[in-house]
Design a protein around this ligand. Structure first.
Ligand code: DGY
Length: 438
């Protein structure tokens, strides 16, 4: 049964593949190309159609800005099923944005370093895939340069995000405290997401006001990083975003070593790597909670909440052994009893937890995938396998949904899968999970 689902997963990807050479996350709800989605999607393709994997990556990188920035959405195509679209974002305000496509002026976690390395590992024809990697790796490196040059304002090796959509964990309860102090206007707009998905599972109107307000501020400064850093009410150092950057730094170092003749770039990355890991450990680890947390740079305060992002530093190897044990005991105690599937996106013991609402509690397969590889890296094999099996069980029982209710008991709903159905990264990462030996 699980094996026949691999064929279904491929079908999901094929159905979401577009003529322009990219794959939408899900019909209607997300009708364009998203940055981190495409990275995960490429990993699914890599297992059975390496050409499509390459195409997916080439297409997103084609929309890279002149300053190295890679946008979170590329509007290759027309669609009136999504808000806010290209006319709202107005990427053309920035002198760095591409002429060829309209995009957003927001980014998402820098997955492409580790995606390229995985592509190399998965591929049977290493020589051929290395030719491809050689042809584009400097674009990914330039994206890392962008982050360290413009987003690490304190020179700590930790980069900031200026919008909750940059985190990928869009409406996490983490941001509630930030919104409390932000006086956004009440905008008039027509949302499209709530015509595709039950509005009780999506962010509120007030949250959307904040989301739009920050983009308006960025536009006022023509998407200039300095202007944004000085004026955005949202300025956060996110452990998930930074863990992905660090993991991707390492991947670039590994790949440049295979390619050869890139000593300067390797030195630069090693240098940043040390700084980033130190700051991650000194600034973002909360001894009392036993996990990594977010830091609100605008208000100079830690955000002391546990989310699935809190465990993501396992993925980049930041914690030492003692901390890794502490983290997994928190994971098991709060997120992983017999009454729950792993891994809720927000602390199930918190009052802010909501098992059905977007990033306020449900399980996301991409975070499970990151935690799976992180736990394996630290040899927590049973826990890693449990996350993998929970993901497989949820998908085979419920379908290729965007997110899943983690509760096994007190479950008061007819279904467990929510958000977009036939969701691309759920399908793509299912394929990768199924290829992993136990
Ligand atoms: C959305 O529209 O909810 C997207 O996740 C933003 O990137």
């Amino acid at each position: 049964m699980e094996d026949s689902f691999v064929e279904k997963a491929k079908q999901v990807l094929e159905n979401n593949f577009q003529l322009g050479g990219f794959t939408i996350p899900s019909k209607n709800l997300y009708p364009f190309q998203w940055k981190w989605d495409s990275g995960f999607i490429a990993l699914g393709y890599a297992h059975y159609d390496i050409e499509k994997a390459k195409k997916e990556i080439l297409t997103i990188l084609d929309a890279q800005w002149d300053n190295g920035f890679i946008p979170h959405i590329v509007f290759h195509n027309q669609s009136d099923s999504y808000f806010p679209g290209p006319d709202f974002h107005q990427s053309e305000l920035s002198p760095f944005s591409p002429k060829k496509y309209r995009t957003t002026g927001l980014t998402q976690p820098p997955v492409y370093g580790f995606v390229l390395e995985k592509l190399y590992q998965i591929s049977k024809n290493k020589e051929e895939v290395l030719i491809f990697i050689k042809s584009i790796i400097n674009k990914v490196y330039n994206n890392h340069l962008y982050f360290y040059n413009y987003r690490d304002i304190k020179g700590e090796g930790l980069v900031y995000i200026y919008h909750n959509w940059e985190s990928g964990t869009d409406n996490s309860p983490l941001w509630d405290d930030i919104w409390e102090d932000v006086d956004s206007p009440a905008y008039q707009f027509v949302r499209k997401d709530t015509t595709h998905v039950d509005s009780s599972q999506r962010p509120t109107k007030r949250e959307y006001d904040h989301y739009l307000h920050i983009i308006e501020i960025a536009k006022k400064y023509y998407y200039n990083d300095k202007g944004i850093a000085e004026n955005s009410p949202f300025l956060v150092q996110d452990p998930l975003f930074n863990s992905i950057l660090i993991r991707s730094n390492q991947a670039l170092i590994n790949l440049y070593k295979i390619i050869g003749n890139e000593t300067k770039k390797i030195e630069f990355l090693i240098n940043k790597q040390e700084k980033s890991i130190n700051s991650m450990n000194n600034k973002l680890f909360d001894e009392k909670l036993g996990v990594y947390i977010h830091y609100d740079l605008r208000n100079n305060r830690p955000l002391p909440f546990i989310s699935s992002s809190s465990f993501s530093p396992l993925f980049c190897g930041a914690p030492d052994e003692k901390r890794s044990k502490k983290m997994t005991s928190v994971l098991i105690k709060k997120f992983g009893g017999d009454d729950k599937y792993l891994c809720a996106s927000f602390d199930p013991t918190s009052k802010r937890f909501n098992p059905q609402k977007y990033w306020r509690g449900p399980i996301w397969i991409n975070l499970n995938w990151i935690l799976y590889y992180g736990l394996k890296r630290y040899k927590f094999i049973d826990l890693a396998n449990r996350i993998k099996q929970d993901s497989i069980d949820l998908i085979t029982k419920e379908g290729f949904y965007e997110y899943f209710d983690p509760r096994k008991i007190n479950f008061d709903s007819k279904k467990r899968g929510y958000g977009g159905n036939n969701f691309s990264w759920t399908a793509a990462l299912f394929i990768d999970f199924m290829k992993q030996k136990k």
